[in-house]
Design a protein around this ligand. Structure first.
Ligand SMILES: *Cc1c(COP(=O)(O)O)cnc(C)c1O
Length: 413
C-alpha cells in the first residue's frame, strides 16, 4: 500500500483491503460484539490472534482508519481513541507510574497541561522546559526520566521545538519520545523522521478537518526498544518487542479506560482525511498571506507565525516542515485597540474554540482556553493577556484579508 503517494494511499486504502461488494469505503460497523462459530477461535482472539471481540477494543471501521493513519505517519501500527485527550491520557497513565519522571515542553495545549497536573497527583514527577533549547531539555534529564513530550508547533504560541535534537537526546538516553503532531499533521511533518517513539494526532483537527467528529490517535513508529523499558507488564511481553508499548496502551488504556472511537466518527474522520493535503495546502497559503498582512498592519503589535522570517524558529520550520507552516497565527493588537471589540467586528472568521477546521476561527486565548491556568502559568507559557489565537481555514484568501481589514477600520473609528 505504501508504494503510492500520501493522498493516493488514503483514497484507495479501504478498497485495497477488499471491502465487500466492491465498496470504496469501509462500512460503519455498529456491532458491539463479534461472534465466532468455533469457541477455540474465540479463545485464540482473546489470546492475541488478530480479530475483534468487543467493540471497546476496536471495530473493523476503526481498524481501517488506524491502518490509514499508520501509512500516513509511516509507522508500524496505530490506535484510535474517542478524542486526542483520550489518546494522551491512555499513553501517559499506562506507560508511566508513580516515581517516574516526565519532561514536557512548557508550551503545550491547555488541556494537556491540566492532564499533567493529574499525573503529578498520581505521583509522576514533571519538569516543564523550553523545548526550543536542547540544553534545557538535556539538563532536565534525571535517572528516573522515562519520557519526553513535545508538540511540533506549539498551541497557541507557535514555538517550534528542537525536534531533531530532542530525538537524538532520547535515543542516546533510552527515553520514550512522544510528539503531538496535531498542528502539523503527517502531511507537513512525520515525527518518525526525528526519532519519535509515538506520534499523537488529534483527529478532531486537521485529519478529520471539518469540525464534525472528535477523535485521537497514537502511532507507534517501531523505533523504541521496549526490552529496556521497566514498565512493561510481563503479560504484554509477547511477540516482537517493538510492539510491546502499543499493546500495553491498547489493553490498559483503550480496553480498560474505554475512550473508544465510535465507528461513526471513525468513518467521518476517514472521509475527511481524503482531502488533508488539499486542505492543508490551502490553509498554509491563506495563513501565510494573513500573517504577512498582520505583520505590516499598524493595528498589530506582535504576530507569531512560523512562516514569517521574523519567527524565532523560522529556519527550523523551513527545514522540518514540508510545503507550509500550518494554520495557527498568534497575534496581539496595538495599544488602544480592544481585542474583544476587534474580534466582535470580524464577519467571516468565527469566534469559537477549536483549530484545524475548514473555517477560520479566532478567540482571545488568555480569557478562554487558558483562563483556568491563571496569569503566572500563562506568562510561563508565553501567552500574553491580549493574545488572539487564529486558526486559518480554506476560505477565499481575499475574503479573509478583507475581513481583517474591515475589522481594523471599525476599531479605529
Ligand atoms: C486539540 C488538541 C489536543 C486534544 O485533542 P481533542 O481531540 O480535542 O481531545 C491535543 N493537542 C493539541 C495540540 C490540540 O490542538
Amino acid at each position: 500500500m505504501a508504494k503510492h503517494g500520501f493522498t493516493t494511499n488514503i483514497l484507495h486504502g479501504d478498497r485495497r483491503l477488499s471491502v465487500e461488494h466492491g465498496a470504496v469505503h469501509k462500512p460503519i460497523h455498529t456491532s458491539s460484539q463479534y461472534a465466532y462459530p468455533d469457541s477455540r477461535e474465540l479463545a485464540a482472539v482473546f489470546q492475541g490472534k488478530p480479530g475483534y471481540t468487543y467493540a471497546r477494543q476496536g471495530t473493523p471501521t476503526t481498524d481501517a482508519l488506524e491502518k490509514k493513519i499508520t501509512v500516513m505517519e509511516d509507522g508500524v501500527a496505530s490506535l484510535t481513541f474517542a478524542t486526542g485527550m483520550g489518546a494522551l491520557a491512555a499513553l501517559f497513565t499506562t506507560l508511566l507510574k508513580a516515581g517516574d519522571h516526565l519532561i514536557s515542553s512548557q508550551f503545550i495545549f491547555g488541556n494537556t497541561n491540566s492532564l499533567f497536573g493529574t499525573l503529578e497527583l498520581l505521583g509522576i514527577e514533571l519538569t516543564l522546559v523550553d523545548p526550543t533549547d536542547i540544553t534545557a531539555v538535556a539538563a532536565a534529564v534525571r535517572p528516573n526520566t522515562r519520557m519526553v513530550f513535545t508538540e511540533t508547533i506549539a498551541n497557541p504560541g507557535t514555538q517550534i521545538a528542537d525536534l531533531e535534537a530532542i530525538g537524538a537526546l532520547c535515543a542516546e538516553r533510552g527515553l520514550v519520545y512522544v510528539v503531538d503532531n496535531t498542528l502539523t499533521s503527517p502531511w507537513l511533518f512525520r515525527p518518525k523522521t526525528v526519532g519519535a517513539t509515538f506520534v499523537m494526532n488529534s483527529l478532531s483537527k486537521h485529519i478529520g478537518g471539518h469540525a464534525h467528529a472528535l477523535g485521537g490517535s497514537l502511532t507507534d513508529t517501531g523505533l523504541f526498544d521496549w526490552t529496556k523499558y521497566p514498565n512493561i507488564l510481563d503479560v504484554y511481553k509477547k511477540g516482537a518487542a517493538s510492539g510491546w508499548g502499543l499493546t500495553q496502551i491498547k489493553k490498559k488504556g483503550l480496553r480498560d479506560m474505554g475512550a473508544t472511537l465510535s465507528a461513526d466518527a471513525a468513518h467521518r474522520i476517514a472521509v475527511g482525511a481524503e482531502t488533508l493535503s488539499l486542505r492543508l495546502s490551502k490553509i498554509c497559503t491563506n495563513a501565510q498571506a494573513l500573517a504577512l498582512f498582520l505583520s505590516k498592519h499598524p493595528g498589530v503589535s506582535r504576530v507569531a507565525y512560523p512562516g514569517l522570517a521574523s519567527h524565532p524558529q523560522h529556519a527550523r520550520a523551513q527545514k522540518l516542515f514540508k510545503g507550509g507552516f500550518g494554520n495557527l497565527i498568534a497575534f496581539e493588537l496595538a495599544e488602544g485597540i480592544d481585542s474583544f471589540d476587534f474580534l466582535n467586528h470580524l464577519e467571516v472568521v468565527i469566534l469559537a474554540t477549536h483549530v484545524g477546521d475548514t473555517r477560520s476561527l479566532a478567540l482571545p486565548a488568555a480569557q478562554t482556553i487558558y483562563y483556568e491556568m491563571g496569569p503566572a502559568l500563562r506568562a510561563q507559557m508565553g501567552i500574553g493577556e491580549g493574545l488572539i489565537r487564529l486558526s486559518v481555514g480554506i476560505e477565499d484568501e481575499a475574503d479573509l484579508l478583507a475581513d481583517f481589514a474591515q475589522a481594523f477600520d471599525k476599531c479605529q473609528k
